[in-house]
Design a protein around this ligand. Structure first.
Ligand SMILES: [Zn+2]
Length: 458
């Protein structure tokens, strides 16, 4: 691999320049900015590396009367081996606001000391650039790719990938592969590479209590129903102070951690101290510590009140009896919970407790998914990163967050893992998003190593 690593080292400034060019495009999906332009730019970049590439579902196109979402960049290149590795990435980024907290303008990527700052330099354009740099090194040093490669690069990830499940369903054959590398990842504070294998799902709902047809003088608290109380009482039936979700059947489909998953979590570094300090508390919920803290964080579903609005919340008193109250809630789900099923159970629960008048509106759904730690692909990825970083990887069975992994794992049947160029202070989604150039280099070499090993694996 020395020839390939040398090529990567020698062309680092070119690879960073390409990343900077990509990050100058302000591809904010939430604001519909520079979408088509970025998709075409990425497809062009892939073509220049010998891929057949298409921009699927151009902006403005419709499927079955519904908006098709932002276009997906698809690419394929045949390699020496027919074994096909898919890379899932996204070319869209989070909004850069608040702008005044950036040390340099978010869409003018800037190199300062050993770091590159700018929106998307890590999440996820930086990972796209590292993957392309690894591919270029193989092509230039060896003339061809060791394995076949597909890319599926979407433009809606930062707004919850509302169309990915449908897209994968519709393009099953086009997207067929043997395994998939997920969008990102990186190293721990100690410099150990992390390989993450799953995501939680999500059900996001808005609950609304409506009582009287307009707000009333609070003297009517004697005889008129108060929407804020209705909502508070309803919410209090969803979860108890012992943190147990009280919806009937909520935990039925929860798949417990396997002995191998527990062992992997046991080998993860502890972040308890840091977390307690960050949030200014001395204990976690339910007093969990050690392995239980990590298992709870990665394997337990949640019921979170994200916000509650009702009545008067301005300065000073206002004696008012609110007619309307709303709450936003999210449930982070774990395999094999299904957001549709949990939604039905939530509605049944509310009706059964006498709160059938509370309206429940869905605002987002994603299904959870996880690749088993025992899948042979996990060992292939682990070997590749270990060879490059010289450190044993941390295998994380699932992240606590959510992503559109389900259709790749379930519909396409791909074992999926992530590895990437990030580090704990990359500040993704926040001002001063950044990467360390050293991580970019290692992450690029890790992808190069993976391609070689994957070609030989079965
Ligand atoms: Zn993101």
């Amino acid at each position: 691999m020395d020839d390939i690593y040398r090529y990567i080292d020698d062309h680092l400034s070119d690879s960073l320049a390409e990343l900077q060019e990509l990050c100058r495009l302000p591809t904010v999906s939430a604001q519909g900015q520079a979408i088509q332009e970025t998709a075409e730019h990425v497809a062009g970049r892939l073509r220049s590396l010998g891929f057949e590439s298409q921009v699927l579902g151009k902006e403005g196109a419709q499927t079955g009367g519904r908006p098709a979402g932002h276009p997906v960049v698809y690419a394929y290149q045949r390699g020496a081996s027919a074994r096909t590795l898919m890379f899932y990435d996204h070319y869209d980024v989070q909004p850069p606001e608040p702008l005044d907290l950036w040390s340099s303008p978010p869409f003018q990527p800037t190199l300062r000391e050993d770091k590159l700052y700018g929106r998307g330099v890590c999440d996820n354009k930086g990972n796209i650039a590292a993957r392309l740099a690894a591919i270029r090194a193989w092509k230039e040093a060896r003339g061809q790719l060791p394995c076949s490669i597909k890319f599926c690069i979407e433009g809606d990830e930062e707004i919850g990938s509302p169309h990915m499940e449908e897209f994968v369903e519709e393009h099953r054959e086009l997207l067929a592969a043997d395994a998939c590398i997920w969008e990102g990842g990186g190293v721990t504070w100690e410099g150990r590479p992390q390989v993450t294998l799953g995501v939680k799902g999500l059900l996001y709902v808005e609950l609304e209590a409506k009582t009287i047809n307009r707000d009333a003088h609070s003297s009517w608290g004697t005889t008129l129903p108060n929407a804020a109380w209705r909502l508070v009482w309803a919410l209090s039936t969803v979860k108890g102070p012992d943190e147990r979700v009280l919806i009937d059947g909520f935990y039925d489909a929860v798949r417990p951690a396997t002995p191998e998953e527990r062992a992997a979590v046991g080998a993860m570094p502890s972040e308890e101290g840091e977390t307690l300090k960050t949030y200014g508390i001395s204990d976690f919920l339910c007093g969990v510590r050690g392995l239980d803290f990590r298992l709870r964080h990665l394997f337990e579903p949640t019921a979170t009140i994200d916000g509650v609005i009702s009545g008067y919340t301005g300065p000073g008193p206002k004696t008012v009896l609110p007619a309307r109250a709303t709450a936003k809630m999210d449930f982070r789900l774990v395999p094999d919970q299904d957001p549709d099923d949990i939604l039905a159970k939530l509605k049944r629960h509310l009706a059964g407790r006498g709160f059938g008048d509370i309206e429940v509106r869905t605002m987002g759904e994603e299904r959870p998914a996880r690749t088993p730690v025992t899948d042979p692909f996990v060992a292939v990825v682990g070997d590749a990163v270990q060879a490059v970083y010289g450190r044993e990887p941390v295998v994380v069975p699932s992240m606590a967050g959510t992503g559109p992994l389900y259709p790749f794992v379930k519909t396409l049947g791909l074992p999926t893992a992530d590895c990437g160029i990030g580090y704990p202070d990359a500040r993704i989604h926040a001002p001063d998003e950044n990467i360390r150039v050293g991580d970019f280099l290692l992450g690029t070499k890790a992808v190069a190593a993976l391609l070689g090993r994957f070609a030989q694996s079965s």
